[in-house]
Design a protein around this ligand. Structure first.
Ligand code: NAD
Ligand code: SF4
Length: 437
């Protein structure tokens, strides 16, 4: 295995992941010994508006994929409106390849609980929810245990640490639908309805849970808050780039020697990340990859020096998204990978709008035909035409995201499609995959 250079190793900036290797850091006594709840004590002595200003100043951007400025979002919550305010943590991590929130909640659940209390205090909420993916049984167990410990220790409930501030926190498990990671579908699900997206605007900031002002933030966003409170905005901005500040947890999967989570300052290049992960597996050359999950356009081996921050990835033609870096080699097929992702989107489409519901259904059928050796040149136009009718015409981001692997794989790897169609490549699917197609 190749060893990363000292310069590359220095790019590791363990902040949110720093307790992951401490045994039992998920227990309150261990967490407290490792600085736990020190940020909460500090925050409760600060005016809520000053906390919002601190988060704005840090430049923290949402870690759920969109990168929206967190302080700005908190600042949208109307004040003195007489309505209850809510904080909802989106822990429904489900984007293919994404794996940063679940390990955080398993290894260090109190950091999220502490972030929830500080963020709720800042936006003047007295009730908060963590909506966690249904399949994440172990992480949910750890979180519930942490919440119980926090109540017993006086970090949750009435008059927290004698400050006069009250907060209740509920951990709610979803039922395993990817669409419930879309913030408004999540809110509907939390209210007990079928999880389907709502029209935006109005945004949750003004019309969220029970039609009240609500901040919906990702796990990584909220877990960053205690560190910013303790270290200050200037320290946070020593990591990352001018517009993408702080550390980021990158999840590497696929053809690297050591897949896993690597927390680095934003702006590290893909080449350096691969080096941190021990390099590509022996005999494999990087051919294509996703910067932030399957909803982000594929990039190629030629993009290996792309800096992994919001702006640089956008300049390369993709989206940083959830920093789920899935790496594929010259031994992997971009057509087949795209087909597998499309099967996922087709399965997870909530069916509310026609472009996504019907478009994904048809695209899956076309992929099956191509991969069975029955495709035609016309199929490529059909794919592009269908994708164009989904993108920008869908009710929520799921539809748009589904088109990303289709259009980008056709942009970079059209020859692979032609090889199936013109018989140079052996069919990947048997003819019976076409049954019903
Ligand atoms: P978005 O850009 O529409 O919104 C981002 C956030 O900003 C939302 O909370 C939204 O309410 C808020 N916002 C935006 N404009 C606002 C305004 N004018 N006023 C008030 N609030 C405003 O993005 P999105 O559709 O919520 O999320 C898309 C992202 O989700 C994609 O980038 C994708 O990478 C990511 N994603 C993540 C996962 C996962 O498992 N973490 C899964 C699927 C998709
Ligand atoms: Fe549902 Fe897909 Fe439409 Fe989103 S884009 S509302 S998931 S059918």
């Amino acid at each position: 295995m190749s060893t990363p250079s000292a310069a590359t190793l220095a790019k590791l900036t363990p902040v949110l992941t720093k307790r992951w290797l401490s045994p039992d850091a998920w227990r309150l006594d261990v967490y407290e010994r490792l600085d736990g709840y020190a940020a909460l004590r500090k925050a409760l002595a600060v005016h809520p508006d000053d906390l919002i200003a601190l988060i704005k100043d840090s430049g923290l951007r949402g870690r759920g994929g969109a990168g929206f400025p967190t302080g700005l979002k908190w600042g949208f919550i109307p004040q003195n409106d007489g309505k209850p305010h809510y904080l909802v943590v989106n822990a429904d991590e489900g984007e293919p390849g994404t794996c940063k929130d679940l390990p955080l909640m398993s290894h260090d659940p109190h950091s999220l609980v502490e972030g929830v209390i500080i963020a709720s205090y800042a936006i003047r909420a007295n009730r908060a929810y963590i909506y966690i993916r249904g399949e994440a049984v172990q992480a949910a167990r750890r979180l519930r245990h942490a919440v119980q410990e926090a109540y017993k220790a006086g970090y949750l409930g009435k008059n927290i640490l004698g400050s006069g501030y009250d907060l209740d926190l509920v951990v709610h498990s979803g039922a395993g639908a990817y669409i419930c990671g879309e913030e408004t579908a999540l809110l509907d699900s939390l209210e007990g309805f079928r999880g389907q997206p709502r029209l935006r605007p109005p945004f949750p900031a003004t019309h969220g849970l029970y039609a009240s002002p609500t901040v919906v933030n990702n796990v990584g966003t909220i877990a960053s808050v205690p560190y910013i409170v303790l270290g200050g905005a200037a320290w946070w901005k020593t990591m990352g780039t001018e517009k993408s500040s702080g550390p980021m947890i990158y999840s590497l999967s696929g053809r690297v020697k050591n897949p896993g989570q690597y927390e680095c300052s934003m702006g590290i290049t893909l080449r350096e990340l691969i080096e941190l992960a021990g390099g590509m597996q022996d005999g494999h050359q990087l051919r294509f990859w996703t910067p932030g999950g399957s909803s982000t356009p594929l990039l190629t081996g030629d993009h290996i020096d792309t800096a992994m921050d919001f702006e640089s990835v956008a300049a390369a033609g993709s989206i940083l998204g959830t920093t789920a870096v899935q790496l594929f080699s010259d031994q992997d097929c971009p057509v087949y990978a795209t087909y597998r992702w499309l099967e996922f989107y087709h399965h997870e489409s909530c069916g509310k709008c026609t472009p996504c519901r019907e478009g994904n259904y048809w695209m899956v059928r076309v992929y099956r035909r191509i991969l069975s050796g029955e495709g035609t040149l016309e199929d490529l136009d059909t794919l592009l035409d269908t994708a164009a009718n989904i993108l920008g015409r869908s009710f929520c981001g799921l539809g748009d995201g589904a088109t990303s692997p289709v259009t980008s794989s056709l942009q970079y790897f059209k020859q692979d499609y032609l090889d199936y169609i013109e018989g140079r490549k052996a069919p990947k699917l048997s003819a019976h995959a076409l049954a019903g197609a």
